[in-house]
Design a protein. Structure first.
Length: 142
């Protein structure tokens, strides 16, 4: 699992030698994922995301994920999700996400609206292989 490198810490100012310098913010890594939405579930899926449970939204932020968005293509039925991870322990943060009972309830509900494109995937909660298919970023311009 990918783990971002910790930035080189700045040197302590004169007279503050030995004090822990402030940690630089991780510039982050972008992720892209795809899953198929069942055609009969489009309205229900959109409705639940229009009213995301506050505990789920908070856990996403608490696990160092930001700029999270999900896009829908009505021609193919595909959902494309993207987010930026700004933490320093991706595996640990994803474990904390999975330990939240409300998040697991959310996954159970939303998995029922979807069809995974990953061979052998059984649910978001089951771990590996992942439910959403990861994608390779081939271009980005800030």
């Amino acid at each position: 699992m990918w783990k971002p490198e910790s930035p080189t810490p700045p040197k302590s100012p004169p007279g503050m030698e030995g004090a822990a310098p402030p940690r630089k913010r991780n510039p982050g890594r972008r992720f892209g994922q795809v899953v198929k939405l069942r055609p009969e579930c489009v309205d229900a899926y959109k409705a639940c995301h229009a009213r995301i449970w506050p505990e789920v939204a908070k856990q996403i932020k608490d696990c160092n994920m930001e700029d999270y968005s999900i896009w829908y293509d009505d021609k193919t039925g595909l959902l494309f999700g993207s987010f930026k991870y700004i933490g320093y322990d991706f595996a640990g943060d994803m474990q904390r996400m999975a330990e939240n009972p409300r998040v697991r309830q959310w996954w159970k509900m939303t998995d029922g609206f979807q069809e995974s494109l990953v061979d052998g995937a059984t649910s978001s909660e089951s771990g590996e292989p992942g439910w959403w298919r990861s994608m390779e970023e081939v271009f980005y311009q800030a």
